[in-house]
Ligand binder design. Structure first.
Ligand code: ZN
Ligand code: ZN
Length: 319
């Protein structure tokens, strides 16, 4: 099971010299497993556009056409902009013959398709979901729903957030696993160790936890009800769930490369005995969980941070 980060930012995309190493696209992660498993995409933020280009380039490298249709399956955590707005910009979304199955949280008062259409319709956007040339099928999910997709088993559970019903996902394959908890409201007064049982069940023992770590503790004091977590809380969840690695994720748009370096170092210092690997998720980072982390993965990251030079990107692809 191979995991690639195409968007690691939360709230809104960013660009510029201060965001070169960690990247500026919003939430979007690709999971690949075996030739007979369709690509699985976690969230449809602005990282979806380069993700589509990556799938095309892979296809071309394998001898295929540049405009080959695909079948992909997406699991969306919730309907905030930063998790859905990449859809019309994915090349395959406007390609006849492509099929995109999008699963997301069921809405109380309307279908998931109607909810998406509200977002993708004039005057907010000129093109509706059904105007795109691909076949886009939206499916409402409830917490506890589970799917087998080729070699991947995907399970949805409810995650506390300020976004209506919000889901987190666990993906298991061949004895390896990851949990994706992109937007998670740390409970007020969480210092007592309170962690949602659903979140713990989602994350229990995974090889890689991708978790909301938008704020520092100081920032959280001012934004405690914004629906997100601190790096401290992300570490608490990781340790309580006994995960093997923690990717700090959903980076605040105000956090520049140097800030994210320091947040990763700070998170590492918060961990107790036998800590998980901890790093700030980087756009373009690819990790094959079947092979495990390279031996020098953590060392190379922090060595580069200390010298204030470019953070090493293990198995880095794209930009
Ligand atoms: Zn978000
Ligand atoms: Zn959100």
């Amino acid at each position: 099971m191979k995991v690639t980060f195409f968007g690691v930012r939360g709230s809104c995309p960013v660009s510029g010299a201060d965001y070169q190493r960690y990247g500026g696209n919003t939430s979007c992660v690709l999971i690949e497993a075996g030739a007979y498993t369709p690509p699985v995409i976690l969230d449809l933020g602005t990282g979806l556009r380069p993700l589509g280009e990556y799938l095309d380039s892979k296809n071309i490298a394998a001898g295929g056409m540049s405009d080959e249709p695909i079948h992909a399956i997406s699991f969306v955590t919730h309907l905030h902009w930063d998790h859905i707005q990449g859809l019309p910009f994915m090349p395959q979304a406007n390609r006849a013959g492509s099929v995109l199955d999008i699963y997301g949280p069921s809405q109380e008062d309307r279908s998931l398709l109607d909810a998406y259409h509200r977002f993708m319709s004039p005057p907010f956007f000129p093109v509706g979901v059904w105007d795109l040339l691909s076949s886009i099928r939206l499916h409402g999910l409830r917490p506890g729903d589970s799917f087998q997709i080729g070699e991947l088993k995907v399970t949805a559970r409810e995650v506390p957030h300020q976004g209506g019903l919000t889901l987190g996902y666990r993906v298991d394959s061949g004895g390896h696993s990851l949990a994706y908890v992109s937007d998670h409201q740390a409970p007020l007064g969480w210092e007592d160790g309170a962690v949602s049982k659903e979140v713990l069940a989602l994350c229990r023992g995974v090889d890689l936890l991708i978790h909301d770590a938008q704020f520092t503790s100081d920032e959280f004091e001012l934004k405690a009800d914004w629906g997100h977590s601190t790096i401290d809380y992300a570490v608490t969840v990781a340790e309580r769930a006994e995960v093997k690695a923690l990717a700090l994720y959903h980076h605040d748009p105000a956090h520049k490369d140097g800030d994210l370096d320091l947040m990763a170092l700070s998170a590492k210092s918060l961990a107790h005995d036998d800590p998980p690997r901890i790093f700030s998720a980087t756009e373009g980072l690819q990790i094959d969980l079947s092979e495990g982390f390279p031996v020098n993965f953590q060392d190379s990251l922090f060595k580069e941070v200390k010298t204030k030079s470019r953070v090493a990107k293990v198995h880095h692809i794209g930009s």
